[in-house]
Design a protein around this ligand. Structure first.
Ligand code: BGC
Length: 756
């Protein structure tokens, strides 16, 4: 390490007098003062984020077990300003780990700059033993209730902040448009407006949570941008997106979060149109900074700079890759297992290939983040509020979210809810599993081992036993179910056992996975599950399929042989209870599909596809598709049944046209025409009849939930303004078409015009 950058003078002793230590000064004033005290290696250290394995005792596992000597080496000799990761550990363990880590950075370094720790608490504080674990993003989206996203952010903040986890790597703002993509379940679904509403609510809940005072947290919007739409469907593989598509579909969820004060953004490790995003000045600077106005910290994803060398092959070596990423606009490199970023960046500045001003820009942003979070005033974790972790109130919030996130897709002959059963059979790979309910990023990256899950968490089997105390709930494990090769007699005797049941619940779906580990070539439901369902359908008992899965596995082979289908997604620790509540009718399901459930093995389209996607349809059928009465997916976006029925009437507009400054008030009456109380989600769509850039068949503009008793009605209002139907061109400039539009709510539709 060159010493020319070191300023030997130490400020110890008179530190309290230094302006950057003075909390009554503004963050910019403090940053100004601190910047002129930093050497170049210290600045570059602030831009580096290392994995926990660089400072823990094992050096391999994600153990939360600090090796102070390693930490000292990284912080004192290499000036590292940030660390990340871990695995579920008890609060006390995290507390001690973070206390010592912070102590080294604050008390042993020349300037006492606290490190900032980033962690993947994706759906609750998922790397903390005993924490409250919420449903995953896809479920939160299915609730169509941003309040649940806000609560997930809030409770995560409350349970994590005291441990020194200041930087939470969520929400995932990528659009869930590619069902093969193994991270679909982390998203808030396929619609830009829904994802934006959920994402901004999450950011608010996490960053503006007063209960963490005096500590504050930063959320991370990720993965900027287009990550979720790879052609192949596999993780981190190329996307081809025009800038127009980016502005119209992929930008809004990030934009709304930025507008809500999002403090950090993580890059997409993949490429768009041949340019890896981490090296794209167009995406990271022109779009994110200049157009979207993001002023916070851009962190790369895991080893994104290394990936330019050994994955994308756009840079010959790490130093070139570092140059490309820094010049594209990243502020911090999640390096995360070596120090090559530091040495490369130092050389690049010394050689004049990157200016000191460029480094200063990023360091200022990072220091601003640390000041704004109050890290200089409150660097240490605290252990006097641990009782809040996994407390009853927080778990109730997770249960409420899980209940509202379940989507009833089919319910022939009203087999659900199950009333006063005396015998229930529960089967399938997710019947007695805790980990399947939670998915990846729970306890560990790929979802922890079953034995790591707390005993008090229900499986669907134990939840049903509790929900129906007077019934005999019988769990048939995998070995109880005859295989196709088994003798006909054993299959017949098994069916015989099932025949007396009041209901058979088959909990199928997927085992947990994360990132590339979840790559698949076949979206079909695993073959053994299809076989088991076919066998069960031979029984005379009603058959309910519960889909515990992170993406919509094709169910064409079984849809007609089951009586009811409940899409449970990944509902988290409280999910089994919620599922049992819906099966018993204690909870009337109100979730809606946040993605289109694909019908065909090779044809997936989000609901807001282009009109020409209906090219081969008879115009009358195409119109019905737009209206939602016929669908080209198995279950369209927004679909979901209830134990009651809702009817829409009187969709009226207070004007038939508006000018470019005007507005039109639309109202619609929704009535509960069934026999039980229920919650309906009213979705307002518009459709632009003619557009210079081809328009989606319809676009969600507003949603609202309404609870109605049997026989009760409510009138809902949506005020539509021109900016809601304007859409961006390839530069992001808005186009407002003059002409005809439709507005739709439920099965009702009206037309209006925008005049010049
Ligand atoms: C994932 C990110 C995650 C990061 C840190 C990456 O592999 O793509 O979503 O935040 O690892 O664990």
């Amino acid at each position: 390490m060159t010493n020319q950058w070191h300023r030997p003078e130490t400020n110890k002793g008179s530190m309290h007098a230094l302006p950057y230590k003075n909390s009554s000064l503004s963050a910019p004033e403090r940053v100004d003062d601190l910047m002129q005290r930093l050497t170049l290696p210290e600045k570059i250290g602030q831009m580096t984020q290392l994995d926990i394995t660089m400072i823990n005792t094992t050096g391999k596992q994600k153990d939360v077990d600090l090796d102070p000597e390693k930490a000292r080496d990284m912080i004192l000799n290499h000036h590292i300003g940030s660390f990340l990761n871990g695995e579920a550990a008890p609060a006390r363990t995290w507390y001690e780990f973070m206390r010592e880590l912070m102590r080294i950075s604050v008390e042993e370094t020349r300037l006492g700059i606290p490190v900032i720790f980033g962690i993947d608490h994706i759906h609750g504080a998922s790397y903390l033993e005993g924490a409250t674990i919420f449903p995953q993003g896809i479920n939160l989206a299915a609730s169509f209730n941003p309040g649940h996203a806000r609560n997930t952010g809030r409770v995560t903040a409350v349970e994590a902040a005291d441990l020194g986890h200041h930087w939470i790597f969520t929400p995932i703002l990528d659009l869930g448009v590619q069902p093969l993509w193994p991270r679909l379940w982390e998203t808030f679904g396929e619609d830009p407006h829904l994802a934006a509403s959920m994402g901004a609510a999450f950011v608010n809940g996490l960053q503006n949570c007063e209960e963490t005072a005096p500590l504050k947290l930063a959320a991370t919007g990720k993965h900027f941008l287009g990550y979720s739409d790879p052609r192949s469907g596999w993780d981190r593989t190329p996307a081809c997106l025009s800038m127009q598509q980016i502005h119209e579909f992929h930008r809004p969820s990030f934009q709304k979060a930025v507008d809500a004060g999002l403090r950090t953004i993580m890059t997409n490790s993949g490429e768009i149109n041949g340019v890896p995003v981490v090296a794209s000045h167009e995406i990271l600077t022109r779009l994110l900074r200049d157009q979207m106005g993001f002023e916070g910290v851009i962190v790369t994803d895991w080893d994104d700079i290394g990936k330019l060398v050994n994955f994308h092959y756009t840079a010959e070596n790490f130093k070139q890759a570092t140059c490309d990423a820094v010049m594209a606009g990243i502020d911090m490199s999640m390096t995360p297992l070596h120090l090559e970023f530091n040495t490369s960046l130092l050389e690049l500045v010394e050689e004049g290939r990157i200016t000191g001003e460029r480094i200063d820009e990023s360091v200022r942003r990072i220091l601003t983040l640390k000041f704004e979070l109050g890290l200089f005033e409150h660097p240490y974790p605290r252990d006097d509020r641990f009782e809040r972790i996994g407390c009853r109130d927080n778990r109730q919030q997770a249960l409420d979210a899980a209940r509202e996130s379940l989507v009833l897709l089919k319910n022939d002959n009203r087999v659900l809810p199950v009333k006063k059963p005396s015998r229930i059979g529960i089967l399938g790979p997710s019947a007695n599993s805790r980990r399947n309910l939670c998915g990846g990023w729970t306890i560990a990256w790929q979802g922890g081992r079953e034995s790591q899950y707390p005993d008090h968490i229900h499986t669907i089997y134990t939840a049903l036993a509790e929900e129906f105390p007077d019934a005999e709930v019988h769990h048939f494990g995998p070995d109880d179910i005859p295989a196709p090769k088994d003798a006909a007699a054993s299959r017949a005797s098994f069916i015989e056992k099932l025949n007396g049941m009041d209901v058979l619940v088959y909990a199928g779906g997927e085992e947990p996975y994360c990132e590339f580990a979840g790559n698949i070539t076949d979206l079909g439901l695993p073959e053994n599950q299809v076989h088991e369902l076919k066998l069960l359908s031979e029984s005379t008992s009603p058959l309910v399929l519960v889909l515990v899965q992170g993406r919509p596995r094709l169910i064409n082979d079984v849809i007609d042989i089951v009586d009811a289908i409940l899409f449970a997604g990944l509902p988290g620790f409280e999910g089994a209870g919620a599922i049992a509540n819906v099966i018993s009718g204690r909870v009337n399901p109100s979730g809606r599909m946040p993605i289109s459930y694909p019908m065909n093995p090779s044809h997936y389209l989000p609901y807001n596809h282009k009109k020409s996607n209906l090219y081969f349809f008879d115009p009358a059928v195409a119109n019905q598709i737009v209206q939602g009465s016929v669908t080209n997916s198995l279950f369209p976006f927004g679909y979901g049944l209830s134990y009651t029925t809702f009817e829409y009437s009187d969709l009226t507009l207070d004007a038939r046209s508006m000018d470019t400054e005007g507005s039109i008030k639309a109202t619609v009456k929704v009535s509960n025409t069934g026999r039980v109380e229920g919650v309906d989600t009213v979705l307002w769509f518009t459709s632009t009849h003619v557009g210079r850039i081809t328009r989606p068949v319809k676009e969600l503009k507003h949603f609202e939930k309404v609870r109605l008793k049997p026989g009760e009605s409510a009138t809902l209002t949506f005020v539509i303004t021109p900016d809601q139907v304007a859409y961006p061109d390839e530069n992001g400039d808005l186009i407002l078409e003059k002409g005809k539009y439709s507005i739709m709510a439920g099965d009702k539709k009206q037309e209006f015009r925008i005049t010049g």
